[in-house]
Design a protein around this ligand. Structure first.
Ligand code: KG4
Ligand code: ZN
Length: 353
């Protein structure tokens, strides 16, 4: 069979990325331009700044990716682009670039759901693909559990009803005045802290559904640090050791919730493989505890290299390849969307779960 070469484009949040992937697995080039420095001083992503940076970077990054892969537009079989979920202004830049290339180069256009791509990114390194698997997608924008039966049979089992796990890390780091992005710094500071120092809530940990809620956990940290009636109003009254203890205790509550709910979902679904995607997959406590829990439960954990866990276009091209084989292409009316491409019928989002 002739090789199928796909250019993937990803601009859903604050990373501008392009990749050339052959036959859904062979990554010839994958470039990511992060905007983290642009947003750091605001303590979070500013959508307008993100879109503007995407506009400046998208063309150079596509050309550099093609040059790195040693591929020209004539060698491409299709374009795969993230259509959502994400920041609409950011998505619009990638979708417009893809539509422009589809029109000018006469290439088929394949829309890809960003979170489904995270859920299936393990296929870039696992051979054969590890399906069926339960996939935990944890990043600054998403916390979801999926049952991946196959590339084209992906079921959303549940997701956060409020804050994403990475967002909770970022907000707790802001409360503790540790800087942005918060995940890596809490991970580091927590190593010197006692995870049992403060008993923070483990939201819905034993509930028989796959939804998450982390805003209450974040608020519990806020009350603990600021004191009753906002007596202190800042973290200044805590010693560095107490800050480390709060960071470790918060991380323990969040990680334990993620681990327990992921294992319960795998057991309910009757699958043995567990995969993880998203930036929070870098968390050392999550990796260690998930590995430990999976080993004890007789499940196989596949940890994808971090470059494919954080936002990247290789995962978009990889899933785009499967959709292209099924001729799931779009026309030039394609528009970005803030929400999921295929909202689940089964995942319930009510507080009652
Ligand atoms: O997937 P990602 O790069 O971007 C999206 O949000 O789509 O994820 C970024 C998130 C941020 O919230 C960041 O704080 C979190 O991942 N993160 C971590 C760690 N490294 C990054 N969270 C916990 N521990 C880490 N080591
Ligand atoms: Zn993402």
């Amino acid at each position: 069979m002739k090789d199928c070469t796909i250019l993937g484009i990803e601009t859903s949040c604050d990373e501008t990325s392009a990749a050339v992937v052959v036959n859904g697995r062979d990554v010839r080039a994958s470039l990511v331009s992060s905007q983290v420095d642009l947003h750091a001083k605001y303590g979070g992503i500013v959508p307008e700044i993100a879109s503007r940076a995407h506009i400046e970077r998208i063309r150079p990054i596509i050309e550099e990716t093609l040059a790195t892969a040693g591929v020209s537009y004539e060698d491409l079989d299709a374009l795969a682009v993230t259509v959502g979920p994400g920041l609409v202004g950011s998505l619009l830049v990638g979708v417009t670039a893809a539509k422009t290339l589809a029109l000018t180069r006469g290439l088929p256009l394949v829309p890809v759901d960003h979170i489904e791509a995270h859920a299936t990114s393990a296929s870039l390194t696992a051979d054969p693909p590890p399906w069926p698997a339960v996939a935990l997608v944890v990043s600054g924008g998403h916390t979801s559990l999926y049952l991946v039966r196959d590339f084209l049979d992906i079921e959303l089992l549940g997701q956060t009803v409020d804050d994403a796990a990475g967002e909770a890390f970022d907000k707790v780091a802001a409360i503790l005045e540790l800087g942005y992005p918060g995940g890596p710094v809490i991970d580091r500071v927590a190593r010197d802290g006692n995870p049992k120092a403060v008993r923070f809530p483990r939201p819905w940990i034993h509930e028989p559904h796959a939804n998450f809620s982390f805003s209450g956990l974040k608020t519990a940290v806020l009350y603990h640090v600021y004191g009753g009636g906002q007596k202190y109003g800042s973290v200044a009254h805590l010693t560095p050791q107490e800050v480390a203890d709060v960071a470790a205790s918060f991380q323990a509550a969040l990680v334990q919730t993620l681990v327990k709910k992921t294992l319960a979902a795998a057991q309910r679904a009757g699958v043995v493989n567990v995969v993880v995607g998203g930036g929070v997959a870098a968390n050392s406590a999550l990796r260690a505890q998930l590995q430990d829990a999976c080993t004890r439960a007789g499940l196989t954990l596949l940890l994808t290299p971090m470059k494919y866990c954080t936002d990247n276009a290789a995962m978009i091209a990889a899933l785009g390849y499967r959709r292209f084989l099924r001729r799931e292409t779009a026309d030039l009316w394609l528009e970005p969307r803030a929400g999921l491409l295929r909202p689940s019928k089964t995942a319930r989002l009510s507080k009652q779960g």
